[in-house]
Design a binder for this molecule. Structure first.
Ligand SMILES: NC(=O)C1=CN([C@@H]2O[C@H](COP(=O)(O)OP(=O)(O)OC[C@H]3O[C@@H](n4cnc5c(N)ncnc54)[C@H](OP(=O)(O)O)[C@@H]3O)[C@@H](O)[C@H]2O)C=CC1
Ligand SMILES: O=C(O)C1=N[C@H](C(=O)O)C[C@H](O)C1
Length: 259
């Protein structure tokens, strides 16, 4: 019997690709949800279920690429129904992330800011570079660019990169401090803080650059996604990997065996 995978956000940019990747992986689409109840115009065949509870009950594992406002509720439903969850949605605040971690005590959850294998490697390189380059000499800046429809900033990947840099420096992003949205008379840059800049335009799938700038040198790492299918393939892989796992909060390095 093929695994039954449900998709929250089925009508979205990611949801449609996820449905294709579910089929390509030989799994079955259990159905999907969207925010509005109606199927999108011109697509009456989309297998939409009445609500999120019906989705979790019909699925062996659910993949969520929706909106931060929905993520905590979906994690709670995962815990209640015992249905594992792959969470790719970005822009969660601290309370929403805490709700996801709480649900993961009862059900296995993969929560990943980015499902592209190259970005998983970038997180690990970011941590190693930050550990090697003294924070009082090398200013860490993270620049990201995305398509004009993206609703959250900085991207989840940028925040995760910031967390990796902070971890490499033996601290947290909250303690190190974030500098973003510089405009006007900002004063000089803080020492040891982590800077963020978000660009939006056109149909850019996803670009992230982490740079360390010192007085006499600068080093930068850049990742570019050319096709968002790379995220969908990774998320379906994570969904199949989750089946039969014990409760816990996992990320893509666990799925790829890089932990
Ligand atoms: N981790 C990763 O690798 C990646 C993460 N993402 C993240 O995934 C999310 C979705 O991205 P994308 O597909 O481009 O977005 P879209 O806006 O194209 O699609 C979002 C989907 O979620 C639904 N939705 C929106 N709000 C809610 C809600 N409150 N409750 C239930 N469903 C809701 C929408 O419903 P409706 O159709 O009715 O509008 C739509 O079907 C974003 O947070 C994005 O940052 C994206 C790419 C990769
Ligand atoms: O909204 C997007 O498109 C993307 N969102 C994720 C993020 O916020 O990091 C991942 C990827 O960059 C695409």
């Amino acid at each position: 019997m093929p695994a039954r995978i449900g998709i929250a956000g089925l009508a979205g940019r990611m949801g449609r690709l996820l449905a294709e990747e579910v089929a390509a992986a030989g799994a079955a689409l259990a159905g999907g949800t969207r925010r509005s109840a109606a199927p999108p115009a011109g697509d009456p065949g989309l297998p939409l279920l009445p609500d999120a509870r019906a989705l979790f009950e019909a699925s062996e594992v659910v993949i969520d690429f929706t909106h931060a406002a929905a993520a905590a509720g979906h994690a709670a439903l995962a815990a209640e129904t015992g249905t594992p969850l792959v969470l790719g949605t970005s822009g969660l605040d601290a309370a929403q992330e805490a709700a996801v971690a709480e649900a993961a005590r009862r059900v296995p959850i993969v929560y990943a800011a980015n499902f592209a294998p190259g970005v998983v490697l970038l997180f690990s390189l970011a941590e190693r570079m930050a550990a090697a380059l003294p924070a009082d000499q090398y200013d860490a800046e993270i620049v990201e660019m995305h398509h004009r429809q993206k609703v959250d900033a900085p991207s989840g990947t940028a925040v995760a990169l910031g967390r990796a840099v902070a971890a490499g420096r033996g601290t947290t992003l909250e303690e190190a401090g974030r500098e973003s949205g510089r405009d006007g008379h900002t004063g000089p840059r803080g020492t040891g803080t982590i800077g963020f800049a978000a660009l939006r335009g056109g149909q850019v799938v996803g670009e992230h650059t982490l740079l360390f700038a010192a007085a006499s040198e600068q080093i930068a790492l850049t990742h570019r996604s050319f096709d968002r299918r790379v995220y969908a393939t990774g998320a379906v892989r994570a969904a199949l990997w989750l089946l039969g796992r014990p409760p816990g909060l996992y990320d893509m390095k666990h799925v790829l065996g890089l932990d």
